[in-house]
Design a binder for this molecule. Structure first.
Ligand code: NAD
Length: 385
């Protein structure tokens, strides 16, 4: 196996950017990547400023992502993968430019801003046969992997009910009035992100997490969207009912107006033998509840659990890990797949459950179905699988 560090470029992640820091920290944690190129901002000057801070060679800072894709693909020891951390509406053209240049893509969610783009991008990713990883980091928490393992091992019995909340309080008031709030500027602008940006932003995480842990596809949705904060131009709260492929029913509460909540991400699954629950604010613990009153708390780092949980626990019992480690876990899985690709030209690896362009496509179909259902007074809308 070829073992040099994976050379990556980044699009987005300039001064003041949000999630790019977590990507960079996640990549550094296991030391399997080197950031060697970038278009960190639309402004070349800001991009160059970021490159100095990140130790990226100024000759590999480009004016545009198109230029970076062309020049890096032509260069000896050019980038092998690109990380896309720009606002949603630019994911499609950026991802296409790199896939067409033969470069693997690591893209933040949602995969694209609209469904037509998602369908096209999925086709391109499939036909190119390159690695396309979507950074749904929550399914890379060690105890979320443990939950998925337990569900598949039959610990809950037949799944009956699934409840997922991604009810954040980050926009409980008019954060869009603060012109320095870079993250609010595009998320709360319907012209750039659509009126259902909440579903693209947080709903796709809840949807992917539910599918990942339960192992069941979401087949139908009935949605009611609401705007809590006066004057806001997008929906900021969503109550969604879902039907799963095995006949189970579920409910997703997705919000950015859940006053006093921080990130507000948790799930509860109920089977005919037991139920389980996990909460992102306390991610080391997974609780199983039994009908005879027993409650069993599984703790991250114990050696009695799944291989996946053990593999993704870095230090061990009693040493808290969290959000950055979830990115590091995902980047470690992506590194395994890219390194394997170097030797086999295979872009998939069964042991490494990466969210792919298919998950991205289903996520964007889910957003569209929610919108359609809300506009039809909550009518059940099917989601093509
Ligand atoms: N996985 C997660 O948990 C998570 C969390 C937050 C955000 N996200 C996703 O990450 C993406 C970025 O979100 P954010 O909150 O960090 O946004 P942000 O607004 O904080 O940062 C976006 C960055 O992209 C740069 N940019 C915009 N267009 C560009 C272009 N054409 N070329 C180069 N740079 C460009 C901006 O200058 C900025 O530096 C979004 O898709 C969002 O949905 C994911």
């Amino acid at each position: 196996m070829t073992t040099h560090k994976i050379r990556v470029g980044m699009v987005g992640g300039g001064p003041g950017a949000g999630i790019a820091k977590a990507h960079r920290m996640g990549m550094r944690l296991d030391d399997r990547y080197e950031l060697v190129a970038g278009v960190f901002s639309r402004s070349l000057e800001k991009s160059q400023q970021a490159a100095v801070e990140l130790g990226v060679d100024p000759d590999r800072v480009y004016e545009s992502y198109e230029q970076m894709a062309l020049q890096e693909s032509a260069r000896e020891r050019g980038i092998e993968a690109v990380v896309i951390v720009t606002p949603n509406d630019s994911h499609f053209p950026v991802a296409c430019a790199f896939l067409e240049a033969g470069i693997h893509v690591i893209c933040d969610k949602p995969m694209t801003g609209d469904l037509d783009e998602a369908e096209r991008l999925h086709d391109i990713a499939e036909s190119r046969g390159l690695v396309f990883a979507l950074t749904h980091n929550y399914s890379a928490y060690a105890m979320v992997r443990e939950a998925a393992h337990l569900v598949r091992a039959g610990a809950l019995g037949e799944l009956r009910i699934a409840m997922v909340e991604h009810a954040s309080g980050w926009a409980w008031t008019s954060v869009e009035d603060d012109l320095n709030n870079k993250q609010a500027a595009w998320r709360l602008d319907p012209a750039q992100s659509g009126t259902t940006s909440l579903i693209s932003d947080l709903g796709t995480h809840a949807h992917q997490l539910l599918r990942f842990v339960s192992g069941q596809e979401v087949t139908e949705v009935s949605a009611e969207l609401n705007t809590c904060v006066p004057g806001r131009r997008v929906f900021d709260d969503a109550q969604l009912q879902v039907r799963l492929a095995n006949g189970a029913r579920g409910s997703l509460w997705v919000s950015m107006a859940a006053t006093g909540h921080e990130h507000g991400l948790r799930f509860r699954l109920f089977g005919d033998k037991a139920s389980l629950e996990w909460c992102q604010m306390d991610p080391h613990y997974l609780t199983l509840n039994y009908p005879d009153g027993r409650r069993e708390t599984r703790v991250q780092g114990h050696d009695s659990q799944s291989d996946d949980q053990a593999r993704l626990t870095r230090i061990g019992l009693g040493h808290p890990e969290g959000f950055i480690e979830s990115f590091a876990n995902l980047y470690s899985d992506i590194a395994d797949v890219i390194e394997r690709y170097r030797d086999t030209a295979q872009s998939a690896c069964q042991d490494r459950p990466l969210p792919t362009s298919r998950d991205g496509l289903l996520g964007v179909r889910f957003v569209k179905a929610v919108d359609e259902s809300h506009n039809a007074q909550g009518r059940w809308v099917s989601i093509a699988l």
